[in-house]
Design a protein around this ligand. Structure first.
Ligand SMILES: Nc1ncnc2c1ncn2[C@@H]1O[C@H](COP(=O)(O)OP(=O)(O)OP(=O)(O)O)[C@@H](O)[C@H]1O
Length: 960
């Protein structure tokens, strides 16, 4: 049975690293390496086809098109393959004495490597823009990749390509653009020993790009003759590591010159003015001797630093260089230190540190370009600032951010042993071919000096244009709004529009305007046109500066106008604020006054309340005392009085001040009759013309068998209470007087007698009592004087009529408390007094119709007792006080329909105080026998004194 052999392993494949998606025949390792197309004519033809804008650049010198062109071109990446002949040099390196460290492996494997050196891993494709990197046989098993194609290069220079071909293809266009005013940079990168330094600097037999460029530049300059007097500046410096810890920049043209960098600007670099190529080459050769180099296993003179050569040119004008220092057109050529593999080079110590620095710088450089590429592919990705990680990338920032044009030349070694370095470099750098630079290419006018910003990228140009537009538009707006007169004739009134300002712009101080102008001139770096002297070839420049000066002048004036407007507005606002502040202070003052007044009112109210409390307490005492004597009536009266006082106390306060002083005097006159009036007799004229004694028990008993009622023809109340109320200028009405008379007399009079005596202080005429005769006359006179204000009482018939029935009703219900004993004196005196009153009423009817009782009272004895004490029972109190009718809710309401309604005089508090004083005096007159003892009536003297004291007290209160 035959055993089948296992299926063969899949063959290795070839991948394309660069984005050439079209199907392309996989290069076979069997295909013999073809000689690359090194014909310059062919390569240039291809380049012209792909990049016409640059290919024709040399033929466009005479292009007079003045329109600027925005060019978008890719980063040019060239690839140069070092020839294999370098092997001889490697052998020499291994045999050289300076080679350090000596790698024993190299020696032991020298025979094997000699065989491999005959093999190459890099093949240039037919298009001369791509290469195929073949994987060594030893690595195919592990990588399973047969070959890799890297394409997209601007050109691939085979190992046979000469320096001239490389220059003509790569550097010449760059130099020509440089002479036209476009900056550019060429950077050579690749592994150590791949020929970077050889490409850049060359050797005497094969000069590199720098010497060729210098020759080209000065040749072109000489060809221009005297039309252009350019001055070329050459600088050369290196960036190396300082003991592997830091980076340093060393000027290679001048000894010992350290260079520092601040914000991508070099400081300390000394430029050498070169006038010809030989001089420049000499300087560069001199600088190369200073460059840090070392012998490694890869290169006998391995560069240990990044070398930068900068060529800048400016126009020369006589002995003075005008624009030399302002020109930014430069051509920069960078020779990077080659990345090294530690395994391969075997570096140790200082070399190892240098190797790390070199590799780090190469990595940062690659990261910057990768970030730029990714940013251009996807704008959402930010442009990473990897350039900050090394001095080299910081110096090359504008190029690494796509703002300036640059070129890359990759150098590789084609040997198989260099496969990894070559593959790594191509894999890393081949994508950079997609990086694009957008530059604004303006027509080259060699007769004119180029402005610095013409070489700026498109974005910066657009920003500048926007700024100019916005600035000019703002100025135009300000001219319109602010009424700037700059564009107006002088005759035009130049009043300012806003804020009602009537000042013109001419009012602006010239000095301040000049200050603004100077400041603005400093800000924009301009000078006044007076200081600028027009030069022959710089008319345009001068005109431009003058225009900018005018713009700034207008801007300054407009700004000055706006500032003045704001200043005036500010002053107005401050003035208004001051007014508001003053008004606020006034309001606060008023508020303080009102608060003080309120406090005073409150204090007054507090005093009145205290007074009311005091009166209540006194009333309570009186009530208590009277309750013992006459519990039922006193209780009701006091309670009603309390209600009354509470309700009317406010009116007292409000009406006290309105009472006239005239009334007070009149009341004082009437006061004189007080003592007599208090003892006056209430005369009741019965309809039958009979006078009955209104003694509590006698009032009932005499009429018990017959008419029980008491007819009252007329009644006039001129009580002391009423007088006191007038004396206090209290608008006490007749009803009030009656009420108070009833209450006061009831509550105060005859406390000791055990019966509540209501003294209806009424003047009665004729008064025949010898004791009261004179008093009666006085009272009559006083009553006349009081007629005007007590009209209600003077309405005799009506009042009498009403009183007849009411009093009849009240007396009908009147009963003296049965449990009280009627004092004998009171009984007798009341009986007599009643008779006297009745008898005297007949004679007084003619004299005083309105104020006297019209009853025809017959006095059996012909004399009238001046005092008639009536002891009413409960109902009488209520009926007797017409004002109290609604408040007392008496069962026997005292209805007086025709009685004029007058306002009540809430002078009860004052009266109570008055009577309290009287009580105090009365207490002195109390009998020691107590309640049941015989009461000594208050004499007139004491009463008069009490009235006077009360009057004084009330007068003092009014004054207060
Ligand atoms: N195209 C070339 N033709 C002839 N010789 C070359 C070529 N390229 C490089 N060489 C030689 O190879 C050697 C190493 O080259 P070079 O020093 O330029 O390498 P390098 O890339 O600069 O190395 P390093 O980065 O270490 O400085 C030099 O002796 C140089 O003469």
């Amino acid at each position: 049975m035959e055993m089948k052999s296992p299926p063969p392993c899949p063959p290795t494949v070839t991948i394309r690293r660069n984005p050439h998606r079209k199907a392309r025949a996989t290069p076979s390792s069997a295909i013999p390496l073809r000689e690359p197309l090194s014909s310059p004519s062919l390569s240039r033809e291809i380049f012209t086809t792909e990049l016409p804008q640059n290919a024709n650049s040399t033929d466009n010198n005479n292009n007079t098109d003045s329109s600027p062109k925005i060019l978008s071109e890719n980063l040019r990446v060239y690839l140069r393959i070092r020839p294999l002949t370098v092997q001889r040099n490697s052998k020499n390196i291994a045999e050289s004495k300076n080679a350090w460290p000596k790698n024993p492996k190299v020696k032991s494997n020298s025979k094997l490597k000699t065989k491999k050196r005959s093999e190459v891993c890099v093949q240039v494709n037919e298009d001369l823009r791509s290469v195929t990197v073949s994987t060594p046989q030893a690595l195919q098993e592990t990588k399973r990749i047969k070959s890799e194609v890297y394409e997209g290069f601007s050109h691939v220079f085979a190992s046979e390509a000469s320096q001239g071909e490389v220059y003509g293809e790569m550097v010449k266009p760059l130099v020509e653009d440089f002479l036209k005013g476009k900056s550019g940079m060429l950077a050579a990168m690749g592994p150590s020993g791949s020929g970077k330094t050889h490409t850049v600097f060359g050797c005497p037999r094969e000069p590199g790009m720098v010497p060729l460029a210098l020759r080209h530049i000065f040749r072109e300059n000489e060809s221009c003759g005297t039309q252009l007097s350019r001055v070329f500046y050459l600088s050369m410096f290196e960036i190396s590591s300082e003991k592997g810890k830091a980076e340093k920049m060393i000027d290679l043209l001048h000894d010992g010159g350290d260079i520092c960098m601040q914000h991508s600007v070099l400081k300390g670099v000394q430029e050498a003015v070169v006038s010809d190529a030989r001089q420049a080459e000499s300087l560069i050769a001199h600088g190369m001797l200073k460059r840090a180099t070392a012998t490694t296993n890869s290169n006998s003179q391995s560069s240990r630093s990044q070398c930068i050569i900068n060529i800048r040119w400016g126009l020369e004008k006589g002995d003075e260089e005008v624009d030399g220092k302002t020109s930014t057109t430069s051509l920069t050529i960078v020779d990077l230190a080659g990345a090294e593999r530690e395994k391969k080079t075997g570096n140790q110590g200082a070399r190892l540190l240098e190797s790390n620095f070199i590799n780090n710088t190469s990595m940062v450089f690659g990261l910057c370009l990768r970030s730029l590429l990714e940013h251009q592919k996807n704008r959402n990705k930010p442009l990473q600032k990897h350039y900050q990680n090394s001095l080299l990338t910081r110096y090359m920032r504008d190029y690494l951010e796509g703002k300036k044009r640059m070129m890359l030349i990759l150098t590789v070694k084609p040997g198989v042993e260099d496969y990894l370095d070559t593959s790594f470099l191509l894999r890393q750098a081949s994508p950079f071919t997609k990086i694009k630079f957008k530059t604004l290419e303006e027509p080259v006018n060699l007769t004119c000096n180029k402005r610095p910003n013409q070489a700026l990228p498109r974005e910066e140009q657009i920003k500048k244009m926007k700024f100019c537009k916005s600035e000019s538009s703002k100025i135009a707006e300000r001219n319109i709004d602010g009424g700037s007169h700059l564009n107006m004739p002088k005759e035009t009134p130049r009043k300012l529009v806003k804020s009602g300002l009537h000042k013109t712009i001419e009012d602006i101080d010239d000095e301040k305007l000049n200050e603004i102008h100077v400041l603005s001139g400093r800000f924009v770096g301009l000078e006044s046109p007076q200081k600028l002297s027009p030069e022959g070839d710089h008319n345009n420049h001068e005109a431009e500066k003058e225009r900018e000066y005018q713009i700034m002048q207008r801007l300054s004036k407009a700004m000055w106008t706006v500032l003045k407007e704001y200043k005036q507005k500010l002053e107005e606002v401050e003035t208004e604020n001051c007014h508001l502040r003053n008004s606020l202070i006034d309001q606060k003052t008023k508020n303080m006054n009102l608060e003080n007044e309120l406090t005073t009112k409150k204090m007054r109210m507090f005093d009145l309340e205290n007074e009311l409390k005091e009166l209540k307490s006194q009333c309570t005492c009186c009530q208590k005392a009277s309750t013992d004597l006459f519990p039922v009536s006193m209780h009701d009266a006091s309670s009603n009085l309390s209600q009354y006082e509470t309700a009317e106390l406010q009116e007292v306060n409000s009406e006290v001040s309105s009472f006239s002083l005239k009334e007070l005097k009149q009341t004082e006159n009437e006061k004189k009759t007080d003592s007599l009036a208090r003892d006056s007799v209430v005369s009741f004229t019965s309809s039958a013309g009979r006078v009955e004694r209104h003694y509590p028990e006698q009032l009932v008993e005499p009429n018990r068998g017959g008419n029980n009622t008491l007819d009252v023809k007329g009644l006039k109340y001129t009580s002391a209470v009423d007088e006191f109320s007038r004396s206090q200028e209290l608008p006490m009405t007749t009803n009030d007087t009656q009420d108070l008379n009833c209450f006061e007399d009831t509550s105060i009079e005859d406390m000791s007698s055990g019966s509540e005596v209501i003294r209806q202080s009424t003047s009665v005429r004729p008064y025949t009592s010898h004791e009261s005769e004179q008093d009666t006359v006085n009272i009559a006179g006083d009553a006349k004087s009081l007629e005007g204000e007590s009209e209600c009482l003077s309405n005799g018939p009506c009042l009498s009529t009403s009183l007849e029935c009411d009093y009849a009703k009240s007396f009908k219900d009147f009963e003296y408390p049965k449990d009280k004993e009627v004092p004998a004196q009171l009984e007798n005196s009341a009986t007599e007094h009643l008779h006297n009153v009745v008898s005297s009423s007949e004679s007084s009817q003619k004299d005083d119709t309105g104020s006297h009782i019209n009853g025809e009272l017959n006095n059996e004895e012909g004399k009238l007792d001046p005092l008639v004490t009536v002891v009413p029972k409960e109902g009488w109190e209520a009926t007797n006080t017409s004002k109290f009718v609604p408040k007392l809710a008496s069962p026997c309401n005292f209805q007086h329909t025709e009685k004029p309604k007058r306002r009540l005089l809430p002078a009860s508090s004052v009266l109570l105080k008055d009577f309290s004083l009287l009580d105090m005096k009365d207490e002195d007159n109390k009998l020691k026998g107590g309640r049941g003892g015989k009461r000594v009536p208050m004499d007139d003297k004491n009463r008069t004194q009490g009235s006077l004291s009360l009057l004084n007290l009330l007068t003092s209160q009014l004054e207060r």
